[in-house]
Ligand binder design. Structure first.
Ligand SMILES: NC(=O)c1ccc[n+]([C@@H]2O[C@H](COP(=O)([O-])OP(=O)(O)OC[C@H]3O[C@@H](n4cnc5c(N)ncnc54)[C@H](OP(=O)(O)O)[C@@H]3O)[C@@H](O)[C@H]2O)c1
Length: 288
């Protein structure tokens, strides 16, 4: 049974990676945390690992009835155990890649359903709970974007499109929710060691019979290099926690050196230079 006077934090996608690291961090800092899962067996494992201050709730973010049920369950848990909701960490995400010439529309839609529409729908339904209590208390919506919310690379169009959309929606939401003293924060990590990489490469393999095969191999090779040099998800969890705690958080935080470099590069480099660099990457085709 959660026992804390600190505000509750809801985190989506706690089965692995960044969501799990965020859950661990907030629990370590003494917050009661509700994490969402698609696999409730995994939820029970994480509950056992993290102890009384962590509770798992089922959420399939692409399904409205599941969102409604999860929000109902979250409301019930917070009412039963007492306290107020202090933050929503919208972390759930998938990374779908592939050439836009061939990507099936249902896959492109699914990318946006998870990373954009589901996220906004879940947030909308939790906002009344976040807005409860004294106006001056801390209320945060923390959206897990990516450096792909700033730059769009070949064969990562679906993912980059969803994160660019999330950036635009979050900017609008930040201004709109300022009248309720809710701060909306974007976290923009570079490469982080999580299972998302392997899932993404697996999706791209279906295009290896097209004219893009050698280029996809080059991109997958590059993903392998980035993955090897990626840092642990704890660094992102730290940024999420620190941004939650700050009295006046910024609108967005880049995480990792690679992301900081990309952020600077995008700000100053003209499109021609960005394209030239991307095309150079595509030329480096490792022989099968
Ligand atoms: N890893 C990176 O390099 C990196 C960099 C920048 C940003 N990000 C962002 O960080 C976030 C977390 O990703 P991660 O890298 O930690 O990957 P991950 O370990 O694969 O975690 C993704 C989480 O999202 C959940 N999820 C996926 N589809 C869902 C759905 N339809 N409904 C509900 N939950 C769903 C997954 O649950 P299941 O286990 O059930 O699939 C999992 O818990 C994502 O938004 C990602 O875009 C990652």
């Amino acid at each position: 049974m959660p026992s804390s006077t600190k505000p509750w934090i809801v985190i989506t996608g706690c089965s692995s990676g960044i969501g799990l690291a965020c859950a661990k961090r907030f629990v370590t800092e003494g917050h009661p945390v509700i994490g969402t899962f698609r696999d409730m067996q995994r939820a029970r494992e994480i509950e056992n690992e993290l102890g009384d201050n962590f509770l798992g709730v089922h959420l399939e973010i692409t399904k409205e009835p599941s969102i409604a049920q999860a929000v109902k369950e979250i409301e019930r848990l917070i009412k039963d155990y007492g306290g107020l909701l202090g933050g929503i960490v919208n972390n759930s995400g998938v990374a779908i890649g592939g050439p836009l010439k061939y990507i099936p529309m249902d896959e492109l839609r699914y990318q946006f359903e998870v990373n954009v529409f589901g996220l906004i729908s879940f947030t909308q339904k939790l906002l009344p709970l976040l807005e409860r209590g004294p106006a001056e208390r801390k209320r945060r919506v923390i959206n897990m974007s990516s450096v792909s919310g700033k730059i769009s690379n070949p064969f990562l169009g679906p993912y980059a499109g969803s994160k660019h959309a999330l950036e635009a929606l979050s900017d609008a939401l930040r201004l709109e929710l300022s009248i309720h003293n809710v701060k909306v924060i974007l976290i923009e990590p570079g490469p982080i060691q999580t299972p998302i990489w392997d899932k993404s490469i697996a999706v791209q393999e279906q295009y290896l019979h097209t004219e893009y095969a050698p280029y996809l191999r080059a991109v997958n090779h590059l993903i392998g290099v980035l993955k090897k040099n990626a840092i642990g998800p704890e660094k992102v969890a730290n940024k999420v926690y620190v941004s939650w705690k700050k009295k006046s958080p910024k609108g967005r935080y880049l995480v990792t050196r690679q992301a900081l470099f990309t952020g600077l590069f995008i700000r100053f480099a003209p499109d021609g230079v960005k394209d030239w660099l991307n095309k150079r990457t595509l030329r480096k085709v490792p022989q099968p």
